[in-house]
Ligand binder design. Structure first.
Ligand code: TXA
Ligand code: MG
Length: 321
């Protein structure tokens, strides 16, 4: 850590110690953090985000060793944690009485993870207690992948923003329920089902598409303000022309290699590399939101983190109807 980073971590710890809210960078998206042991701080997260109290948060730890001091982990969480932490994976385990029950949103389970961003881990290690955090956006907006997105969404409602640059992964963590038999993939992220299955001797089934997925993984969560319309790649240009003819300002999230549609007021060409696609997704949606009423997009191939991008685009389109 540089002296400047240490000083900012110090300031952030003072804010957390006073029950305040600190937005911090993770490798996935920015989190809105409070001391996970304090009801007052955690309650403020829900108030600031305008998030229903029954919609649980994730508890973030500095390391697997720290986590094991605070919560009892089932064998699957230990296996997955040893393989993927620090990293973009969240495990659902049994709740610990040492954390505020508000973190669990009324459930008897708790979502836990060790984020991969070095500033996040340094912050949690310096603070000494886990941080409860959802994504640092207002409820219903797309998640923030830069400190500037956080400031735009939350303004003075957040007491301190720890700027750690742009997020590398760009979509929220993979969530796995480690208590059920078999384990269940509840939310897609950059750790894929195949990678999860290779890391554990136990079975994991895909529950990310069904109504039994993670509580509160609502379509509206991942939607921009503009209406998002999904079309087949080979019908992209016609769809843009048709919607523009109705008078809407159309933005294009253009599949790689397709011709630029002339009627679009703003075009962002998507990357063919799924890693770059995920990294830039939410920034692109925010940019299009600033210029357009309707965003036209096509689903990317569901390879690697491309499956998580497709999942977020499907939910965004479903929320638009
Ligand atoms: O990558 C991420 O996961 C980011 C960063 C900040 O860590 N966090 C994040 O939090 O995306 P967010 O806003 O999606 O909220 C946490 C999600 C909830 O929507 C819920 O689906 C799931 O985690 N969750 C939390 N506790 C749970 C539990 N006990 N059982 C099942 N799902 C749970
Ligand atoms: Mg969120």
């Amino acid at each position: 850590m540089t002296p400047d980073e240490l000083e900012r971590i110090h300031q952030a710890c003072r804010v957390l110690g006073a029950g305040g809210l600190v937005a911090f960078p993770t490798e996935t998206v920015y989190g809105l953090g409070a001391d996970a042991t304090r009801d007052d701080g955690v309650e403020r997260i829900f108030r600031v985000k305008r998030r229903p109290l029954r919609h649980p948060l994730i508890a973030h730890f500095a390391s697997l060793a720290m986590m094991r001091d605070w919560v009892e982990l089932p064998p699957m969480a230990v296996e997955l944690g040893e393989r993927f932490w620090p990293g973009p994976l969240t495990c659902v385990v049994r709740r610990s009485a040492r954390l505020s029950p508000l973190v669990s949103g009324g459930l008897d389970t708790l979502a836990v993870r060790v984020p991969g961003h070095p500033l996040a881990r340094a912050l949690i290690a310096a603070f000494g207690s886990p941080l409860a955090a959802p994504s640092a956006n207002r409820f219903g907006r797309v998640s923030p992948t830069s400190a500037e997105h956080v400031r735009t969404d939350l303004g003075s409602d957040v007491d301190f923003v720890l700027d750690g640059g742009a997020c590398e992964v760009g979509v929220e963590s993979t969530i796995v329920d480690c208590l059920s038999e078999p384990g269940r993939l509840l939310r897609r992220g950059s750790v894929t089902l195949d990678e999860l299955c290779a890391a554990t001797t136990r079975a994991i089934e895909d529950a990310s598409d069904t109504a039994s997925g993670a509580p509160g993984t609502l379509p509206a969560h991942y939607a921009p303000e503009a209406r998002l319309v999904l079309v087949e790649r080979d019908q992209f240009a016609e769809a843009v022309a048709r919607i523009a003819a109705q008078g809407a300002r159309v933005g294009a999230l253009l599949p790689p290699g397709r011709p630029r549609p002339a009627q679009a007021v703003h075009v962002i060409e998507l990357e063919s590399d799924p890693i770059l696609l995920a990294r830039n997704l939410y920034r692109s949606l925010r940019e299009l939101d600033a210029h357009c009423d309707v965003i036209v997009a096509s689903l990317p191939p569901e390879v690697g983190v491309g499956a998580a991008v497709a999942d977020r685009l499907r939910r965004a389109a479903a929320a638009s109807h």
